[in-house]
Ligand binder design. Structure first.
Ligand code: JHZ
Length: 410
């Protein structure tokens, strides 16, 4: 832990209470080029803390966003069918419920390769994507989804408003965790949204992170881990209201969608979540205090399992060069002696190596070609989708291992 603690990213409190340290890890999306595997990699401390004043869970380190999302970002949303379906349902639902049409404007923050906005474009609804990641923004533009390759904040919001733009809908999926200057980001949304507009924000739920011990979803890109309480506190500071909550238990280990607007219209869902969080204890430090012990248990039981399989002469690969996969192999210490290679169908990741542990990343067809006895499912959040695709591997006798909430062979 650092000697002096930063202040809370949301409320500015000086009283952050650290509860977990995952050591020093390389950046989770900084995949290594083959020619660079012998070069030293940068590592950064990964310590997590709770804010007793606004209930926000956050990491202490602040790696520059340029390094995270411009220099080292190969995540393309379009590689999961489940996510594409989820995005399409979201878009079609908004078009219907908000009556969106040719005169509307939908702005998506962290629009990636345009996987979501393309549904609005197909329906003739004008869109604007905003994403700092260069390759993803280029692909989106090439596919006819107008995208600004920029970070979002009050500066950009003011510029867009000065151009006469106000958004009827702002969508911010898996991005509010990714911004270090949180208040500037939310103030930007408050500036850009039309007076009668709607902001939807999705993010994994910190309750599920703790309940299901999803410690591998903690990495430097994720500055914050949200509950309804911390979101409510955050948006109210900017004249916005958390009005409605939806839950998607199967998305990214348990995701919430928060409906936020300049007009107050708080539904029973919000009241129920806030009450449940207070009752379950998410609003107090004790809820998180023994998470480190749970992580230690998973680490040692996963290492025992992998080592004993290797001692019996079994071969092991892994599926998913996901950011959470990089965190898992590095924080647990799973080197090439235990897991030989990783497969991933994101073509931008193939041919590179995992950060820190340096397993090569191959096309998923390598599972049938090389026939490893076991495959550690690093992208466990897509277990069903991946197992369906890999039915032939399992039929041939291959077995999957999931790491959380408890390492087990499927
Ligand atoms: P995946 C991502 O985290 C990125 P990551 C981000 N940081 C975030 O916040 C969270 O999601 C919520 C591959 N794959 O999505 C694709 C297959 O190969 O779990 C990905 O490389 N075959 C914004 O990186 C990886 O696995 C498949 O069939 O931890 C999954 O990465 C499927 C479905 C995926 O997220």
């Amino acid at each position: 832990m650092p000697d002096t603690l930063p202040s809370c990213r949301s409320c500015g409190s000086e009283g952050l209470k650290p509860f977990l340290s995952l050591g020093k890890t390389p950046l989770a999306d900084a995949l290594v080029k083959p020619e660079a595997v012998d070069e030293p990699e940068e590592r950064f401390p990964l310590d997590v803390a709770f804010c007793p004043d606004c209930a926000l869970v956050q990491i202490l380190e602040e790696v520059p966003a340029q390094k995270l999302f411009v220099d080292n970002y190969l995540y393309f949303s379009s590689f999961s069918d489940h996510l594409l379906r989820h995005a399409r349902e979201h878009a079609l639902g908004l078009i219907a419920s908000r009556g969106l049409g040719r005169d509307s404007l939908v702005v998506e923050l962290a629009s990636n390769d345009g996987y979501l906005l393309r549904n609005f474009v197909e329906a003739g609804v004008p869109v604007l994507g905003i994403d700092p990641a260069p390759d993803q923004a280029r692909v989106a533009n090439e596919n006819g989804i107008p995208t600004l390759q920029e970070f979002f904040g009050t500066g950009l919001a003011e510029r867009l408003v000065a151009e006469g733009k106000r958004a009827d809908v702002i969508i911010a999926n898996n991005v509010m965790a990714h911004v270090p200057a949180l208040n500037d980001f939310v103030a930007g949304m408050a500036r850009l949204i039309a007076d009668d507009g709607l902001i939807t924000v999705e993010n994994p739920y910190v309750r599920d992170l703790v309940r299901h011990r999803e410690f591998d979803t903690i990495y430097h890109e994720h500055f914050c881990y949200y509950s309804c309480t911390s979101v409510d506190n955050l948006v109210r500071r900017h004249g916005l209201y958390l009005n409605h909550v939806e839950y998607f238990p199967d998305l990214h280990g348990g995701t919430l969608r928060w409906h936020i607007a300049p007009r107050e219209d708080v539904s029973d869902t919000v009241k129920a979540y806030l009450a449940a969080e207070a009752e379950e204890g998410l609003t107090s430090f004790e809820y998180y205090a023994d998470f480190g012990t749970a992580v230690e248990q998973i680490t040692s039981s996963l290492l025992d399992l992998l080592r004993s399989l290797r001692a019996e002469g079994r071969t092991i690969a892994a599926y998913g060069a996901a950011a959470k996969g990089a965190t898992l192999v590095n924080s647990v210490g799973i080197g090439r002696d235990l897991v030989e290679f990783v497969v991933d169908r994101n073509v931008h990741k193939q041919g590179l190596h995992m950060p820190g542990t340096h397993q090569p990343i191959l096309d998923p067809s390598a599972l049938l070609e090389r026939k490893p006895d076991y495959v550690l499912l690093l992208a466990w959040n897509f277990a069903d989708e991946i197992r369906q695709q890999q039915a032939a591997y399992e039929q041939a006798g291959g077995r999957f291992i999931v790491p959380v909430p408890q390492p087990r062979v499927l």
